[in-house]
Design a protein around this ligand. Structure first.
Ligand code: AHG
Ligand code: MN
Ligand code: MN
Length: 344
């Protein structure tokens, strides 16, 4: 087998150094991003080795959402925490698998900005036992420049305040996808050099698509604008859209967003009345916000159906939110259907 020299690709570390030199990312953020990327390559290995390391199956515990934790949810959370907690600019972190926010103990430094990290250590973990696609999602916020003790209130910033967001996907290849507000870049893990290298620079989501993703088994719980949209897609060439659509559902937001970045599409986990106390299935601060930042930086759109996701003011770190995101023209159509339903 011949190998193409991966030296022709820029390593993540060089990419970050160049971006800092061009002031596309604050220099202080480099260490944090590299530590998150290191954690992601370790999580990829942990996922791959789960069955050998006794880390497959359920942990017999529940997270804050009342969901059964897999052993690998817990392992991935420990890997991420272990990788970032010594990063001196990181003042605190929040995770899907931690009941409350946790402070690192690092003091505020007057010279460099401080940050907060929010993450879903393992997304789509119901796919683990079928060797399906899983991932990790993260969001970085600025921490207030203060010596005072921080608490959850400092994490409650709308998504427009994110300074960086990204995800890793553990699929046929392991990739790390990143934005610091200057477009979206995709890095593939190269096992030979044991590093992420830039393979997908400046990703752009096509504005048009004929592919949608939604959990159809929830149809009876949806609101009318979403029912109308899906009904029209399913009607295909003989319906009002006059074209045939395709549908995908991988049960991992990382996998759905990655597909949308690669070839367009729209992903919905909308508000439903399955459990009227909850606004939707997905979590705002460590799932919806980082993915919205990425999608919008790649030319797509993201909304709750009523407002841009990244403008939602969080009340608590584990809050849920309805999610509609992807190719711009389809998200605009969904927004129009929501407006028309509200006006009727
Ligand atoms: P997690 O594994 O972190 O709990 O997230 C799973 C989420 C999301 O990634 C996916 O889109 C959705 O839950 C799948 O929901 P269904 O079980 O309704 O398919
Ligand atoms: Mn998740
Ligand atoms: Mn998770």
């Amino acid at each position: 087998m011949t190998h193409i020299a991966t030296t022709k690709y820029i390593a993540l570390s060089s990419f970050l150094a160049n971006a800092a030199r061009d002031e596309r990312i604050p220099a202080g953020l480099i260490k944090l991003i590299e530590s998150v990327a290191d954690a992601c390559s370790s999580i990829a290995t942990a996922v791959e080795r789960g069955v050998f390391d006794g880390a497959s199956g359920n942990a017999h515990s529940e997270n804050i959402h009342g969901e059964a934790q897999k052993k690998l949810d817990v392992v991935s959370n420990d890997i991420m925490m272990g990788a970032v907690e010594s990063v001196s600019c990181l003042r605190g972190l929040a995770s899907e698998e931690l009941e409350s926010v946790q402070m690192t103990g690092h003091e505020h430094s007057a010279d460099t900005p401080d940050y907060l990290l929010l993450f879903d250590p393992l997304d789509g973990s119901s796919n683990l036992e079928i060797s399906g696609i899983v991932g990790s999602i993260f969001s970085v916020l600025a921490a207030p420049a203060t010596d005072a003790v921080l608490d959850e209130s400092h994490f409650l910033q709308p998504g427009v305040k994110q300074v960086c967001a990204g995800y890793a996907i553990y699929g046929a290849t392991t990739m790390f996808v990143l934005t610091t507000g200057y477009g979206v870049d995709g890095f593939t893990f190269d096992g030979e050099s044991a590093s992420f290298v830039l393979t997908h620079p400046q990703l752009q989501i096509p504005e048009n698509t004929r592919e949608f993703a939604i959990n159809m088994s929830n149809e009876r719980y949806w609101e009318e604008p979403v029912r109308r949209y899906v009904r029209e897609c399913v009607a295909g060439a003989s319906g009002p859209r006059q074209t045939n659509f395709n549908m995908r559902w991988i049960a991992s937001m990382v996998a759905e967003v990655h597909r949308i970045l690669m070839r367009g599409g729209v992903f919905l986990y909308p508000r439903d009345n399955k459990n009227p106390q909850l606004a939707g299935r997905l979590r705002l601060t460590y799932e919806a916000n980082p993915m919205s930042f990425i999608v919008e930086q790649a030319g797509g759109m993201s909304t709750t159906g009523e407002m841009p996701i990244m403008e939602v003011q969080p009340d608590h770190v584990h809050q849920r939110v309805p999610v509609i995101l992807g190719s711009r023209l389809e998200v605009e159509r969904l927004l129009r259907y929501h407006d028309e339903a509200a006006a009727a």
